[in-house]
Write a protein that binds this ligand. Structure first.
Ligand SMILES: C[S@@+](CC[C@H](N)C(=O)[O-])C[C@H]1O[C@@H](n2cnc3c(N)ncnc32)[C@H](O)[C@@H]1O
Length: 288
């Protein structure tokens, strides 16, 4: 386990994933019913973009940095504004904020910011150091349960949640060669146990394994959001996607408005796509 999200926090993949996450949380918490959130791969919780790791890759500058800068020049769509407001709210905890965020919230922080009293949140992280950081991030916060554990196993153990309303965020590092298979098994298991849950699954789109994964995922009829970048050096992540199973009402509409704006803010050569599942075939007429 060598992956450390600190090198990539705030990059274009995080922008896609976290803009979508903020919107999912907003829509799922609009109903006056308790929500359960499971973040299977939580990371460290928060990241210093002026630290060594982030500066070494410069990915945040080309991601959240450009987005914040574009939003200071022209009005962004509401979903982008809300995501940037969530980032700024986290950044502000550390002191006065500049035009571009210095402290960036990971998915557990974004989830935490959206929770209402009575909602429940379990965040998992397997790597000992990252798990320790995540535990420190939420020390004393009784609304968040951090587990140093394999998120796939926790998913199996906790679904279906007693709340019967839930969001499951799955954001693996894709270091292991069998990650797509494990991920797919987890999604299958989750949907079998908790069919009405909303699942947001991030994945890199880079090879035949990813294409196979996307074909298998189509069985769950997800809404698939993606961002791609032309002209990157070989070996760099040039495309990624978030597949959302059972998206809440209005999520697609909101993302169709937000993603093209995000793509153009991130620069030339960045393209977005929102792919809805094909309309289901009409049910055969009775007697057919
Ligand atoms: C892409 S990062 C997560 C970033 C985080 N979701 C965010 O958006 O801020 C993936 C994380 O999963 C952790 N990890 C790897 N395998 C895991 C597993 N089986 N269960 C839980 N965490 C795992 C890695 O240590 C890494 O911190």
């Amino acid at each position: 386990m060598n992956y450390r999200h600190g090198y990539h926090a705030g990059n274009f993949a995080d922008v896609l994933k976290h803009a979508a996450l903020c919107e999912l949380l907003r829509l799922l918490t609009a109903k006056d019913k308790k929500l359960f959130v499971l973040d299977t791969h939580g990371g460290a919780g928060g990241y210093d973009l002026a630290g060594d790791a982030a500066r070494r890759t410069g990915e945040a500058e080309a991601g959240i940095g450009r987005l914040a800068e574009a939003a200071s020049r022209e009005a962004a769509p509401p979903a982008v504004q809300r995501y940037l407001a969530a980032v700024a709210a986290f950044d502000r905890k550390f002191g006065p904020v500049g035009p571009s965020p210095r402290h960036y919230p990971g998915s557990p922080r974004l989830v935490r910011a959206a929770l209402r009293p009575g909602d429940r949140f379990v965040a998992c992280e397997l790597h000992p150091q990252e798990a320790l950081a995540l535990k420190r991030e939420f020390a004393g916060d009784r609304a968040v349960e951090v587990r140093q554990a394999d998120g796939y196993k926790v998913l199996k153990a906790l679904l279906p949640p007693p709340e019967r309303r839930g969001l499951v965020v799955i954001d693996p590092p894709f270091e292991a060669t069998d990650e797509y298979e494990r991920l797919l098994r987890a999604v299958r298991h989750g949907v079998r146990r908790f069919a009405t849950g909303c699942y947001a699954v991030w994945y890199p789109v880079k090879d035949e394994a990813a294409a196979l994964f996307a074909r298998e995922m189509a069985a769950f009829r997800p809404l698939v959001l993606s961002l791609s970048i032309d002209g990157l050096a070989p070996g760099k992540l040039a495309e990624c996607a978030v597949a959302v199973i059972n998206p809440p009402w209005r999520f697609e509409e909101s993302m169709r408005e937000a993603l093209p704006w995000i793509a153009s803010a991130l620069g030339p050569g960045v393209r977005s796509r929102v792919a809805a599942p094909p309309a289901s075939a009409p049910a055969p007429a009775s007697g057919a």
